[in-house]
Design a protein around this ligand. Structure first.
Ligand code: NAD
Ligand code: ZN
Length: 255
C-alpha cells in the first residue's frame, strides 16, 4: 500500500479530524511568505510593523502595509488543496480546519464549495480581511479598499468612531481566549490530525497536533521539508500541498 493510500485510509476511518494548516498550503497559490522574497516591504521587516507598538506610533504606515498585503492576497486564488479540504469539510461534518494563515483562502474556498466561510474554520491568527475596533473591540469582515494616504482617511468604527485595526494577532499579542479554547477543544476530540504546510515552530500549532498524537490519534503530515512534527507523524508525505491533499481526502465514490 502506498503512503498516500495509508494516510487516506487513516483519515477516512477517523471520527473527527483536525486539519492544521500554515503558510505552505498557500505557497501553491502564490501567497508570499514572511521569510521568502517579498518579506521586506520598503525596508521594513514584518517584525517591525506587525506589533501593537508600531500601530500606536504610526497607524498610517501599518495600515499602508496591510492595504498592500490585502491587495497582493486578493490576486491569489485558493489552490487544489484549499478546495479539496473545503469540499471534504462540507461532505463530512466532523472535519475542522484550524489555520495559522491570515490570507482568508480557506474561507474563500468554503464559499466556492457552497458552504459557509466560517463554519468549522478556526483562523488562529485572524484574517487580513477582518477589522477590529481599537475602542469598543467590535470585529467584522472588511474587504473594501483601505485609503492609507493620511491618518484622517484610515477606517473608523461606525459605532464609536475609534480607529479600526486589522483583526490579526500581532507579535507579542496573545491569541484571543475563545479562539484558543475552540482549537484545544477540537484537538481533544479529534481522532486524526492532518498537518499541511506548517513548520510547526509557532505555538499553539505544534501543541495542538501533538495533543491529537498523544491521545493515540493518527498524525499525517504534508510538507516538502522535515519539521518538528515529523518524528511524531504516522505518515509523513514529503510533497507540495496542492499535489497531494486532494488524493488524501477523496471519498471512495469520487476515486
Ligand atoms: P512557516 O513559514 O514557518 O512554514 C511554512 C512551511 O510550509 C515550511 O515547513 C515549508 O517547508 C512548507 N511548505 C513550503 N511550500 C509548501 C507547499 N507547496 N506545500 C506544503 N508545504 C509547503 O509558516 P507557518 O508554520 O504557517 O508559520 C508562519 C507564521 O507566519 C504564522 O504565524 C502565520 O500566521 C504567518 N504567515 C501567514 C501567511 C499566510 O497567511 N499565507 C504567510 C506568511 C506568514
Ligand atoms: Zn468601536
Amino acid at each position: 500500500m502506498s503512503q498516500v493510500e495509508r494516510a487516506r485510509r487513516l483519515l477516512a476511518g477517523a471520527g473527527e479530524v483536525m486539519v492544521l494548516t500554515g503558510a505552505g498550503i498557500s505557497a501553491d497559490s502564490g501567497v508570499p511568505t514572511f521569510r521568502g522574497e517579498g518579506g521586506l516591504w520598503r525596508e521594513h521587516r514584518p517584525e517591525e510593523l506587525a506589533t501593537p507598538r508600531a500601530f500606536a506610533r504610526d497607524p498610517r504606515l501599518v495600515w499602508e502595509w496591510y492595504a498592500w498585503r490585502r491587495e497582493v492576497v486578493s490576486g491569489c486564488r485558493p489552490n487544489e488543496a484549499h478546495r479539496a479540504l473545503a469540499r471534504w469539510a462540507l461532505r463530512r461534518d466532523a472535519v475542522w480546519i484550524v489555520t495559522q494563515n491570515v490570507d482568508g483562502l480557506h474561507a474563500v474556498a468554503a464559499r466556492v464549495a457552497g458552504g459557509s466561510p466560517t463554519d468549522r474554520l478556526i483562523e488562529l491568527h485572524g484574517s487580513l480581511f477582518r477589522v477590529r475596533c481599537t475602542g469598543c473591540g467590535e470585529r467584522r469582515a472588511h474587504r473594501r479598499p483601505i485609503d492609507a494616504t493620511s491618518e484622517a482617511t484610515l477606517p473608523r468604527c461606525e459605532a464609536c468612531g475609534s480607529l479600526l485595526r486589522p483583526d490579526v494577532v500581532w507579535f507579542g499579542e496573545p491569541l484571543p481566549e475563545s479562539v484558543i479554547s475552540g482549537a484545544v477543544e477540537v484537538a481533544r476530540r479529534a481522532d486524526a490530525c492532518l498537518v499541511v504546510g506548517t513548520s510547526a515552530v509557532v505555538q499553539p500549532a505544534a501543541g495542538l497536533a501533538s495533543t491529537v498524537a498523544q491521545r493515540g490519534g493518527a498524525l499525517i503530515e504534508v510538507n516538502p521539508a522535515v519539521t518538528s512534527l515529523t518524528t511524531l507523524a504516522h505518515v509523513s508525505l514529503r510533497t507540495r500541498a496542492a499535489a497531494t491533499v486532494p488524493a488524501l481526502v477523496a471519498s471512495e465514490d469520487a476515486r
